[in-house]
Design a protein around this ligand. Structure first.
Ligand code: GTS
Length: 214
């Protein structure tokens, strides 16, 4: 398998943690995509993922899988022993629900803030962001506020249970964790009152897969 990504970026990190959790890192070749140079917006990359985003997983049969949730589902089920996406119908449903909330309320909102209200990855990507780029401050700050609301929501969840989707670590935890990494890059501070979220983040940070992602 091949992963097209850029090390250290939040969405690629999600998959690198999944690979480490599943013991699959050695089975993957990583191919670096130059995001600031807009390599992911060129025809060769768009043929793999029309959304023009990383990461993309190339399967051994040449199929290109994109979207972190879909890639995680695939990797988690490869060995027939899913540990991140649930086993019972209820676990699967709850994990997907929380995963979607983590995407919408945290990582995607922060991504929009980062790309629209800050200099993001620089002018090289500007032509690919219009027309929203023109309204970037209003649009971006709206999403920063959404992300802070999302942090408060996940804090309330983690006040009642050890992990984002219940008693077990799951892909929803990985997404919230990557969202907080992204928040750090975007200089969006976690409110100090979010004590459960802050404690959970420290606990997740101790996992070997998170300490040493691929
Ligand atoms: N929904 C996608 C997924 O889950 O894979 C989002 C992927 C995504 O937004 N990737 C970012 C990207 O390629 C990288 S990261 O900042 O999230 O790590 N952005 C490129 C761009 O030009 O917006």
């Amino acid at each position: 398998m091949k992963v097209y990504d850029i090390p250290g970026f939040p969405s690629p990190l999600r998959i690198r943690v999944v690979l480490a959790e599943k013991g699959l890192t050695s089975q993957v070749e990583f191919i670096n995509i130059d995001l600031p140079a807009a390599e992911h917006k060129q025809p060769a990359f768009l043929a793999m993922n029309p959304a023009g985003t990383v990461p993309v997983l190339e399967l051994d049969d040449g199929f290109y899988l994109s979207e972190c949730t879909a890639i995680t589902e695939y990797l988690d089920n490869l060995d027939g022993n899913p540990t991140l996406t649930g086993t019972t119908p209820k676990e699967k449903g709850v994990i997907h629900m929380m995963q979607k909330r983590a995407d919408d309320q945290l990582i995607d909102a922060i991504g929009i803030y980062f790309h629209h209200a800050t200099d993001g990855l620089g002018d090289g990507l500007k032509p690919y962001k219009s027309p929203e780029w023109a309204d970037r401050t209003v649009w971006g700050e709206m999403h920063r506020d959404k992300a802070i609301k999302g942090m408060k929501y996940f804090d309330s969840v983690l006040k009642t249970q050890p992990y984002v989707a219940g008693d077990q670590f799951s892909m929803a935890d990985i997404t919230v964790w990557a969202g907080l990494i992204f928040a750090g890059y975007a200089q969006i501070k976690v409110p100090q009152a979010c004590t459960a979220l802050i404690a959970w983040n420290a606990k997740v940070g101790e996992r070997p897969s998170v300490k040493n992602p691929a």
